[in-house]
Write a protein that binds this ligand. Sequence first.
Ligand code: ATR
Length: 274
Amino acid sequence: MVAGVAGRPIAHSLSPLLHNAWIEGAGLDAVYAPFSPRQAGFSAFVEGFRGGVIRGLNVTLPFKEEALSLADQRSPLAEAAGAANLLLFHEDGRIEARNTDGEGLLYAFARQAPRLDLRAAPLVIIGAGGAARGAVAALSALGITDIRVVNRTYKRASQLAASFLGVSAWGDGQAGAAFEDAGVVINATSAEVSGGELNYDFTSMAPNAVAMDMLYRPLKTRFLKAAEARGLGTVDGLDMLIGQAMPSFQAFFELAPPPAIDARALLLAAMEAR
Ligand code: ATR
């Protein structure tokens, strides 16, 4: 049995390490491989797998939106997120798109902030790109009714907010008001990847508020350090990676990842070694 992950670049992906450890732990006769299709060749690459040569693919940047558009069948969450991180190749030729990033997000909160009730207070998401849309889709599907999207470019925030009920848009200049009484703030920007910095003031947030960063390299981002210095609880992005991989593995091989494998320790060791 073959499964894999497609992205460009892909060499840095931790998914093969994780899935192959689960495959070995479960005693499966299977392999999970990394693929890096040409930028313009993703569609032909996916079409080539139609019919079940491969069980499925995780999809990462920059192909998540295209993956959704290529599928014959789309889960409601993938549709709402506007992107798929999982393609399943059925034997009858159908290609099914799902999005398990939202499950990953919820898993990260469950692991690292187990007492937090995500529905108890307004929730702030910083960013309005693909990562932010995925988070809004997942949290909105949970029934959270006050989600505040804060973005450097207000227009993108308002475009994102317009697709969902109960989601409002805020520019950077209004961030102070958006943070008021919020219980959670999630960084879904790529600011730190490109060497930028986010300077938000968390002081108006609710007591016991929690900050989450969807990035996991480094594990403790500058955003999380700033939040921690303000007394907020923190949730890093590594468990989100694990939490999106778990339902993917289940979908590929029809069994849950073996619980005896400490996925977080495995990934932390690999990150240290690289
Ligand atoms: P992704 O699909 O990873 O979300 P994206 O669509 O390029 O990537 O979105 C990147 C997000 O990070 C956007 O919200 C972007 O803000 P703008 O819409 O104003 O561009 C945000 N971002 C990137 N660099 C940033 C920086 N230095 N400061 C603030 N926000 C930044």
